[in-house]
Design a binder for this molecule. Sequence first.
Ligand code: COA
Length: 304
Amino acid sequence: ASDAPVPGPVIDMLRPIPSRTPLMDVLRTGASYLAHWDPDAAANTVEANQRKAERMLARLPVVLAAGYRLQQGKEPAHPDKHRTLAGNLLWMLRRAEPSEGMVEALDVSLTVYAEHEYNASTFAARLVTSTMSDYHSAITAAIGALKGPLHGGANARVMDVLNSASQAANARDWVRQAIGEKRRIMGFGHRVYKHGDPRAIFLKPLCAALAEKTGNQRTEELAGAIEQVMREEKGLLPNVDWPSARLYHYLGLPADIFTPLFAVARVAGWSAHILEQAAHNRLIRPSGRYVGPAPRSWKPLSER
Ligand code: COA
């Protein structure tokens, strides 16, 4: 909490960013810009990286809330040191007193998102660190990797799935047709979890409870119907993004903020990996395997 206040120039830097800019891009710029105000920016010791990680964990949610408020033509809120990270974030975003249940739901979802082994964005953070580059560069690269719809960006697209299915005459037929057309249904499938994502199973009851409290039971029913068709037709199960998108929607947050919420949570995991990589470093440098035609003949320039 004591690290949460963001240097004034960082907030001022956010002001001229065009309001149509995706918040994930604003966050990426913010993470990079924070480096210029961090006294440890260039230091690569364990202690310096720990201090930078603590500051990033505290400040990135404030940058996110400020970017969001500015896009709405409103002044950013100052962090309240008496609130938890999740409570503060919700309060700064909505500027309305959240209920305990709402804070708990966000807190659990952020905890579930906090770390997940060698996913693409963590790998990006490790790769940048392996060149002996700095902490802020690694986090900025990780945010860029997380943004893609096959990774963290999927949670924002889950609402498109729910909206399209809800507008169709028959939601189940809509899913069947999408599968038939080989369209990817965001929030389903996982490279590692082929028998179900435990995070999705864990979040589901929390999501249902929040839906009940916020009058969103119909969306839960729709989600259940889509899950059933995906299981029957493709044998695919929900991943973490499927319930977390609904959970954020029930908290009254817009879809553009879903992936940035994932990012501010994952700072914990990225930071742990950056520290670990730096402590036992070896350059990560994959080799490519050439699979094109070989060998090829060529005419010297003088003969062409
Ligand atoms: N919707 C529809 N079909 C899907 C699918 C989805 N969400 N995920 C996988 N499939 C299908 C593929 O089309 C493919 O079908 P086919 O064998 O008939 O061609 C099959 O399942 C295997 O897909 P593949 O891309 O090889 O699996 P993967 O392990 O590489 O993919 C993901 C993992 C996460 C990239 C993939 O499941 C996906 O794109 N999911 C949607 C995005 C998402 O929710 N990402 C968040 C992950 S936490």
